[in-house]
Design a protein around this ligand. Structure first.
Ligand SMILES: [Zn+2]
Length: 351
């Protein structure tokens, strides 16, 4: 028997199709206006739970997994003062959560951007300052870089040295950091904000200063508000303008090579004070030089890392040789923003 659709059925069917079309239009419209007016932000407090890997950095009585949750909670509270933004945290308690689960959660709530909150430490305890990691790819790089520049300005205003906005590729050719990789795989831009080093004498007094954790959170929230041109009852960033980096057509790689030049000259010596005036010239064509250090014992021991003015290729500074130290041998080194370093030649001083 041949099946035909009766006239009555046709009327019902076309009514249903019409109704569905109307509903689809309505939904699309609602979705569009919703997307234009409401930004969904996911804040990810790094680490959490027990076990070595999940604690994050531990030093000086600081626990990274606790600091990240404190900043994230305060950042959420600050960001919620703005109009047109919905804020979620990936975790609100001290629990383990995989990086992929964090990204999956962000996707489930329709995140426009994921901000992963972290604190830093280095194995030799020599580095200090803030750094922001973004994806190496296309619009994800672009969004992370633009946000990172705003964030870096905010954190710098709190007195933290700024190491910059960086990318890192893994051996697979994808983003090295799991939270960024998992978010990008779900079409969500993501940055890691490494606020400060909990193991360095330059950052720790700041971290211990009054209300500093809250100040970091406000800096984070303000950066998001500036990036999305948000306004609150007290802040209006609707007209805030920021420079936008071009969308790269291929992956922006990290700098895996040492600086190319680190040369020194002795400009003068003063035996009475023990001062040796040194001029240093540096070059790295891939990333800026951000730190330098000096030695008077031929590089056996070095000074703390000093801040290098990255707008200059040549700078001079005094190396103080302790009284009674005979035949000092001056040697210096410079570090790029990827912590790759190059040592200078050695110069013996005769007082
Ligand atoms: Zn961390």
């Amino acid at each position: 028997m041949k099946r035909t659709i009766s006239g009555f059925c046709k009327v019902i069917l076309s009514s249903i199709i019409f109704l569905m079309a109307v509903l689809t239009c309505f939904n699309t419209q609602e979705f569009t206006s919703n997307a234009a007016n409401n930004i969904v932000i996911v804040i990810d407090p790094g680490h959490g739970g027990t076990g070595d890997r999940n604690l994050g950095a531990q030093y000086n009585g600081f626990s990274e997994k606790e600091l990240t949750l404190q900043v994230a909670n305060a950042m959420k509270a600050e960001l919620e003062k703005y109009e047109g933004v919905t804020v979620y945290l990936t975790r609100t308690t001290d629990v383990y959560m995989s990086l992929d689960d964090r990204a999956a959660f962000a996707q489930s709530v329709g995140a426009n951007f994921v901000y992963s909150i972290h604190f830093n430490a280095s194995s030799e305890h020599e580095f200090y300052g803030s750094e922001i990691w973004t994806s190496a790819f296309g619009s994800y790089y672009q969004k992370g870089y633009d946000f990172g520049q705003i964030e870096s300005t905010e954190l710098g205003a709190l007195g933290l040295y700024q190491k910059g906005v960086k990318t890192r590729l893994g051996s697979s050719g994808k983003d090295y950091y799991g939270i960024i990789r998992s978010c990008v795989a779900r079409s969500i831009p993501c940055v890691i904000i490494e606020h400060a080093y909990i193991d360095h004498g330059y950052d720790v007094p700041l971290l211990r200063s009054a209300d500093f954790i809250n100040k970091l959170a406000v800096a984070d929230a303000t950066s998001v508000a500036k990036y999305y041109n948000l306004k609150s009852s007290t802040n209006d960033f609707a007209g805030f303008k920021y420079s936008k980096v071009a969308k790269p057509s291929r992956a922006v790689p990290d700098d895996t090579t040492d600086p190319e030049v680190c040369d020194i000259k002795i400009l003068g010596t003063d035996k009475a004070s023990g001062n040796v005036l040194v001029e240093m010239t540096v070059k790295d064509s891939q990333s800026p030089i951000i730190y330098f250090a000096y030695s008077y014992d031929g590089g056996k021991t070095y000074s703390y890392l000093q801040m290098w003015d990255r707008t200059k290729a040549t700078q001079s500074f005094n190396v103080k040789v302790p009284a009674g130290y005979s035949n000092p041998v001056i040697k210096c080194k410079c570090y790029n923003s990827y912590e790759k370093f190059k040592e200078s030649q050695e110069l013996t001083v005769t007082f």
